[in-house]
Design a protein around this ligand. Structure first.
Ligand SMILES: *Cc1c(COP(=O)(O)O)cnc(C)c1O
Length: 374
């Protein structure tokens, strides 16, 4: 065994001992809300395809047509030859949707965040981020070289204290929050945080990965940097930032994860555009995931859902895994989320609802979840 082999084996053994080793399991989607796992057709309650648009015929046809016209790959960075004509249409569409002057599309939400933050702040600057902000906001913050301080989740008093004590000693300040917290499903107090940002001249960025398409629009007057993903309710792949034109222009020149990576395949851009058509044409469909989540929280006497994401916290990682396995045996696919994705001792079932789930599906899931709770 080389030292490298030994290192990997020892790390894996440590993860195994704590029930924290992760493994990939083949999952074949089957229509809007079903999937195949271990040879069984199950009802899935754990993807972020809230409007089932990744399986939608209109969206699929748009992607296929883009391949026929533009090919399967974009061939280069967007600044070289990868900026196929669909990009301008999508960026204009996103800017209009979000009420901003311009928009920039990245290869993914993760790439967007690790590109945007270091392009705007650096050493000598301050970043205040919610303790539960997404991993890629944290990654962007660390990459920037700015001083990074986390404030307690949704805690305005803590954020105010940090601004009061730290803001003055730093040139620029960025505040990073999720609009919807991905593992808890709760919302950020955006208006209050925006007021603090104004008061202390800090630049607020919201990550709307789980809001776009399924929650009412954000107020562009409150949030100068509206980031999000095309990979969830839009059923495609890619990330974006909507902002004023000079900010977007600066990022086109300076965001490294934009400049030094290949543009998205035309099919992904076309699919996102088609998804926006569907969403704008059917507001009732867009509202349904949150309604289903609320039905579920009512049935289990949980706090009223604010988004399509509902956590059922179990505690220890092995117990969460066991609960997930028992649900799978009954035909429900609900993954267990373990540390370090969530804090120690809060391993959970993360349940997500989509427009294609019927009320009967939700009632059946609620029964099954009640039965597996410790
Ligand atoms: C999923 C997610 C991302 C990453 O988006 P991708 O397009 O999947 O890379 C970023 N932020 C939040 C809050 C997310 O949930």
């Amino acid at each position: 065994m080389t030292s490298l082999d030994q290192f990997a084996a020892q790390k894996l053994a440590e993860l195994d001992a704590k029930s924290l080793r992760r493994s990939l399991r083949e999952t074949r989607r089957d229509g809007a809300v079903h999937a195949w796992r271990d040879g069984r057709r199950v009802l899935a309650f754990c993807d972020n395809d809230y409007l089932n648009l990744s399986q939608d015929e209109r969206v699929k046809r748009a992607a296929i047509a883009a391949i026929e016209t533009h090919g399967t790959g974009s061939g280069a960075s967007r600044l070289v030859t990868g900026n196929h004509p669909l990009y301008a249409a999508l960026e204009a569409r996103l800017a209009a949707l979000k009420g901003t002057e311009d928009a920039i599309v990245f290869g993914s939400g993760y790439l967007a965040n690790i590109g945007i933050v270091p392009a705007l702040v650096g050493p000598g600057d301050l970043i205040l981020a919610d303790a539960l902000a997404h991993a890629c906001l944290n990654a962007g913050a660390r990459l920037s070289g700015a001083k990074v301080v986390l404030f307690r989740h949704n805690d305005l008093a803590h954020l105010t204290d940090l601004l009061a004590s730290l803001r003055g000693a730093h040139r620029h300040c960025m505040i990073l929050i999720d609009r919807v917290y991905s593992m808890d499903g709760d919302l950020a107090p955006v208006a209050e945080i925006s007021a603090l940002a104004d008061q202390y001249d800090a630049w607020l960025m919201t990550d709307d990965a789980h809001g776009i398409g399924v929650l009412p629009k954000e107020d562009p007057a409150l949030v100068p940097l509206q980031m999000g993903t095309l990979s969830k309710a839009l059923g495609s792949y890619g990330g974006y930032l909507c902002a004023k034109a000079p900010i977007v222009d600066l990022l086109r020149s300076r965001a490294r994860s934009f400049v030094y990576t290949t543009g998205l395949p035309p099919a992904s851009v076309a699919a996102a555009l088609a998804a926006l058509d569907v969403i704008e044409g059917d507001p009732e469909w867009a509202r349904t995931p949150v309604e289903r989540a609320r039905q579920f929280t009512r049935l289990l006497n949980l706090p009223n859902a604010e988004s399509p994401i509902v956590p059922v916290v179990i505690g220890e990682a092995d117990a969460a895994l066991a609960a997930s396995e028992r649900l799978l045996e009954q035909g429900f696919l609900v993954t267990a989320i373990r540390p370090p994705t969530v804090p120690d001792g809060t391993a959970r079932l993360r349940i997500t609802f989509s427009a294609g789930h019927s009320e009967a599906d939700v009632a059946a899931l609620a029964e099954a979840v009640r039965a597996v709770l410790p």
